[in-house]
Design a protein around this ligand. Structure first.
Ligand code: SF4
Length: 291
């Protein structure tokens, strides 16, 4: 990957960004890649040397690494930090590095640090459940130790005391979130299904076939919606998923207009490193242009 430096950041920052601290070694896939869209993983693998990212866009990843490094120094006697575990499943090797395992008589408590926004804490991510349950699988299968609990330790980068009155807002800049532990069979089934999706995408990339499409969830898609708004007003009386529904609502009213709120694929538009190599996104943009 080429890292540009549009804002003339100091060399030390560039050097650190150029020296990644995590490698999946000889594994086919890491735990975090397993959760990701197979299309993104394969496009990154193919175009890695052509992907361009500015150093300024990597600041939160850098901050996350810094937090992980400093917290390693907080290791206690019953702690295992940054343990890397690997397992074989249907011919693929999966690896994962676990931030912290607290070993007690009744089992292991797994903790994963996240430097994240308050919004993510208030709208818990399914990815967190998936990732921690993959770690629980690795610990029970490979380290042969019982897992008793899973937790995210969120360091909330945009926390403000002023917002703590809001419902669900974290009460301190560090929030610990319990994550449900799935039964072992469910963890294994999840991993197996993801491995199959990724190995199929790998094969398709190797044979120059069409890659599987990203899902709406993968693309963080906000669908187009249709709002019925009073003439001269700002707030919608009602918002509809289809134009037909909105027209129907509009026909019942006098003095109202229809406003089309264009949807978007937020990840593709702003956060996907491979968007310029992605035919799915290019096709979406050209359809949108023609609409
Ligand atoms: S640009 Fe969008 S559709 Fe393409 S790989 Fe990225 S997230 Fe998926």
């Amino acid at each position: 990957m080429k890292i540009t430096n549009k804002y003339n950041l100091p060399d030390t920052i560039l050097n650190v960004l150029d020296r990644p601290t995590y490698s999946k070694g000889k594994a086919h896939i890491s735990a975090t890649e397993l959760l990701n869209s197979p299309r993104i993983v394969q496009l990154k693998r193919k175009y890695w040397e052509f992907i361009e990212t500015d150093a300024s866009e990597m600041v939160w990843a850098l901050f996350g690494s810094a937090v992980h490094n400093i917290l390693e120094h907080g290791k206690g006697e019953n702690h295992i930090v940054e343990q890397r575990l690997g397992t074989d499943i249907d011919g693929w090797r999966l690896s994962g590095a676990i931030d912290l395992q607290e070993e007690d008589e009744d089992g292991i408590g797994i903790k994963d640090y996240k430097v994240t926004g308050a919004w993510s804490v208030m709208n818990e991510k399914q990815d967190w459940h998936n990732q921690l349950n993959v770690y629980a699988y690795l610990v029970e299968k490979e380290a042969k130790k019982k897992v008793k609990s899973l937790q995210i330790v969120a360091i909330v980068r945009d926390w403000t005391a002023r917002d703590t009155v809001k419902d669900g807002y974290p009460q301190s800049p560090i929030a610990t979130i319990d994550i449900p532990l799935w039964p072992m069979e469910e963890r294994e089934q999840y991993i197996r299904e993801r491995v199959h999706l990724h190995s199929a995408a790998y094969f398709e990339m190797e044979t120059n076939s069409e890659l599987p499409q990203c899902s709406e969830e993968d693309m963080w898609e906000k669908p187009t919606s249709y709002a019925v708004i009073k003439v001269g007003g700002v707030r919608a009386k009602s918002v509809h998923k289809t134009l037909e529904e909105a027209q129907h609502a509009l026909n019942q009213l006098k003095g109202y207009n229809l406003e089309v709120r264009q949807g978007d694929r937020t990840r593709c538009a702003k956060y996907c490193q491979v968007s310029e190599f992605c035919t799915q996104y290019k096709e979406y943009l050209s359809t949108k242009e023609q609409a």
